[in-house]
Design a protein around this ligand. Sequence first.
Ligand code: SAM
Length: 255
Amino acid sequence: DTHFGFQQVPSEKKKGMVKSVFTSVAHNYDVMNDLMSAGMHRIWKDEFVDMLRISPGFEAGSPAPKVLDVAGGTGDIAFRVADQLRPYMAGSPAGKGTGEGERGGEGEVRQDGAAADAMDSNVPLLTVSDINPDMLEVGEQRAADRFSPEILTNMQFVQADAEALPFEDNSFHLYTIAFGLRNVTDVDKALREAHRVLKPGGRFMCLEFSRVPIEPLQKAYDWYSFNVIPTIGQVVAKDRDAYQYLVESIRMFPG
Ligand code: SAM
């Protein structure tokens, strides 16, 4: 049994619980990630976005990739993606850095009309979506602080449930979801939606926690996550329950 007893909660109740957890943590979310993971989440996110291989040249001859970041929260994945999409963005000088998530050697500007191709569908290059307006609001504010107006015109923020996305079929080349899928009530439904909005040949990329394959390390991790993380949540974010949820949701998600 668990603190929240997730196995027993009806799906509408889980949705409400997840909403209140993220509403409660929205303004502490970024600092809490650094504290709980000792900064490691930045490395996981860098690695994940590198694996998308967006820039330079997503795929030879393809138009500028349209990217959807679902459960995008405060924008950590989306901002790294935006840095990689920079060469495809009209009016955006390559190499103008934003700091976080930036990598060297990838500032090549495509001169082949990729920006014009980007107009072929009614979504901008980068869409950040999240079910929680508070998380999204923090994300939008962070984006406004770090990106130029040219880059911001290539981005949109949309409040949406991963289980019922408000986008047309075949709209995106890439769908990313980082530390989001385990929070979704009906995972199959979210996966069907991902498939629907992706173009044929598009890519689904999920970043999640898993199990530690080495038993003593798993034990140490369990101890850390059940004792230290809720305590950090209590002291810093003043919400022990939200971080207890986090730990339990990780434990219950498939490896
Ligand atoms: N992707 C961001 C990151 O890596 O920092 C945020 C991850 S955060 C742990 C999980 C996010 O999932 C929250 O912002 C929450 O609001 C969102 N979320 C939960 N259920 C959702 C759903 N059904 N549809 C879309 N987003 C959801």
